[in-house]
Design a protein. Structure first.
Length: 462
């Protein structure tokens, strides 16, 4: 009997919602059906998804930032095919591998010069777990400081650094010694560090939930304060890294030198999960300080050939296709073009971000009819207005985007860095039309709004 994924996919591609309803997370299927995102995608290339009717969708979500180089990039496919067909030795474990050595070397060419060692793992959250453990071991301190609204993953250690209650609720007790301070608040940071008992301050250079960009003096001062009080400065670049913000690392906008950088997502090329931590030699040499401690932290599948090959191919593509420069150029153009609309649209507060990490924030308008409509949505569910942007963007303009976090009126764009000028025009025109429609009361978009509000009210009542 032959086995074929192609056959399985074509035989069952329309069964997926039923399969998930029966065997996986049913709530996800409910969400997709409620907001009308229940499509049958058949194909994906670059920044585009195609459904069974051949309709093209522009993907501004990129799997939460995984597909920075676009989906199914041929260079990564070729690298993976080679790594699979060459019968290479893989995960020998009592050995060290060629490809992980090469990938470490390539990544370290991009990081600040104080970082000279790499640790590999399998995901973003695992990179944060490693940073927590390494910081505690090196400093002999227990406490970790993180930021409100921060996101570092959902395993127990990284969840203990999660700045949103909805993710933490009911999963405690979490890791002891973790405390939150406001983002972009240097006074709070100095107060938290001044007892000299904090192992690490872990921070996203630009926060993913809400796309919060700090003041220009923030990260340089973070570096100085961490040094002053003997705390390790950990930059979580799982989302912001590898060109996302228009520089290779987001820390490059401020020329800071953290003690560790966590990375994952885009490094995978969109194929093989991978995570990593770049660190100083001192951290590496302190944690792995004796031969009997050579495996004191690690994970069975880390450094597997496929992940390392995908990582090497991804770095090659980023350079060959000038994707960091494209992220800066096209991303900045999108931010400026959307921002310019705030003068004509009362609901639109601002567009912000860096490169292709973009937030479009909405707020309560001044005129009375619009204000009442806004209040109706906010009363039903804080942040609901954004669904009136993302749903028509998807249904009418075939643009896939997301709301930036729970309870906030922020739409977030995290597209592949391969967006073209034509994609940029499509995005700007579509936003212009959809935002204009929200200013028409009554109108079809407000019929959708009322519908969403009544769903939200029913949900609240349980
Ligand atoms: C900044 C940041 N850190 C860590 C993580 C966790 O990564 P993963 O989902 O691969 O565990 C994410 C995921 O979105 C993230 O954005």
């Amino acid at each position: 009997m032959s086995f074929s994924i192609a056959e399985l996919f074509s035989q069952h591609s329309t069964d997926k919602f039923e399969l998930h309803e029966q065997h996986l997370n049913n709530q996800m299927v409910r969400v997709l059906k409620t907001i009308g995102y229940d499509r049958h995608y058949k194909k994906a290339v670059g920044q585009y998804l195609y459904d069974q009717d051949g309709t093209e969708y522009l993907d501004l979500l990129s799997g939460f930032g995984v597909f920075a180089i676009g989906r199914n990039h041929p260079t990564v496919v070729k690298a993976l095919n080679e790594s699979l067909t060459l019968e290479l030795p893989n995960l020998v474990q009592l050995d060290v591998s060629v490809l992980s050595g090469l990938l470490a070397k390539e990544i370290l060419k991009t990081t600040p010069d104080n970082l000279t060692k790499m640790f590999f793992c399998n995901s973003g959250t695992e990179s944060v777990e490693a940073a927590i453990k390494f910081a505690r071991y090196v400093t002999k301190r227990e406490k970790i400081v993180y930021c409100e609204h921060g996101y570092h993953g959902l395993t127990m250690g990284s969840l203990s650094l999660n700045g949103e209650e909805i993710f933490r609720e009911g999963f405690g007790p979490l890791l002891p010694g973790c405390s939150a301070i406001p983002f972009n608040d240097l006074e709070a940071l100095e107060k938290a560090l001044s007892n000299k008992d904090v192992a690490a301050f872990i921070v996203e250079p630009i926060q993913g939930k809400g796309v919060n960009v700090p003041d220009d003096n923030y990260l340089p001062e973070v570096e100085r304060l961490c040094k002053k009080y003997g705390t390790l400065f950990v930059a979580d670049e799982v989302q912001t890294g590898l060109g996302r913000t228009g520089k290779f690392w987001a820390i490059d906008h401020w020329n800071v030198k953290p003690d560790m950088i966590c990375m994952a997502k885009a490094l995978s090329g969109g194929f093989i999960p991978v995570g990593a931590v770049a660190m100083t030699a001192k951290i590496m040499d302190t944690v792995f300080n004796r031969m009997d401690r050579a495996v004191v932290h690690g994970s069975t599948f880390s450094k597997n050939n496929a992940a390392m090959a995908a990582g090497l191919a991804t770095l090659h593509v980023m350079k060959a296709e000038n994707l960091v420069e494209n992220s800066d150029k096209v991303g900045t153009d999108i931010i400026n073009s959307l921002n310019a609309m705030s003068e004509k649209y009362e609901f639109l507060k601002e567009a912000r971000g860096k490169g292709m990490m973009i937030a479009i924030e909405f707020n309560s308008p001044k005129s009375l009819t619009l204000k009442a409509a806004w209040a109706m949505l906010e009363a039903a569910n804080k942040g609901l207005f954004c669904q009136m942007i993302t749903i028509p963007l998807f249904k009418e303009h075939h643009i896939l985007s997301q709301v930036a976090g729970h309870g906030m009126n922020v739409v977030k764009l995290l597209p592949p860095l391969t967006l073209t000028q034509k994609d940029r025009d499509h995005i700007v025109t579509a936003f212009d039309k959809v935002i204009a429609d929200t200013h028409q009361i009554p109108g079809s978009i407000w019929d959708l709004g009322k519908n969403l509000a009544s769903h939200a009210m029913k949900n609240k009542k349980g």
